[in-house]
Design a protein around this ligand. Sequence first.
Ligand code: FES
Length: 228
Amino acid sequence: MPGAFEGETVTRRRFMEGVTHGAGLIAAASFGLPALGFAIGPIFQRQPFSWQIIGTPDDFTETSYVTKVITIVEGIGEAGKSIAYVRKRDPAIDDIGPQDKWDKYIALSSRCMHLGCPVRYVEAAARFICPCHGGVYNFRGQVAGGPPVRPLDRFYTYEPPPGHRGHGYVYLGPRYSVNSELQRFSPRDPGEPLDGIGQYLYPSRPSTAVRPSISNLPLPPAVPGTGS
Ligand code: FES
């Protein structure tokens, strides 16, 4: 080989080039990889959730929604608060969608499923109205008009039965999304439809894919100070 001693398979010049490039790569990676991890790490970090008490059964009726201030991100004060509209489940109205122990109270997110503006419940019309682009949702939270692509998101709710810890209180759990048939899906972002192939085109973010199975939801903790 030209430029190499007999028996060598690589020239010294090429060897030194390789060493220089390798050292440069290691130096770049030592700066770049931590920065990259810092930037995209939160995407894969599971958001913790905890059950929160939103009232007692007597606070709610089947015929109207009660506005509840809830905590969706803990530890950041007012910025982590949001609104949920809550009522008791009415079998005559809520005759589609899941009907299990996690759904005895209907808790709707106030976040519009078009671009995320806060919707407002209008009692006289029994509708949720979005002020941004005219999105309208019916009493069940399904889209009744305007640009929203799916019904309002919901939260798991739970009322512990007699003899169980936390009995006498209504708990609100993690958020989930629904399609137009009110079937449950892992939480999605606004603007992501869930009907048809939408559920495959818009998979849940790792940070918000809360629970793979509803049966894995841990029950609420005991109510502080009550022993129940
Ligand atoms: S954000 Fe609600 S209709 Fe556009």
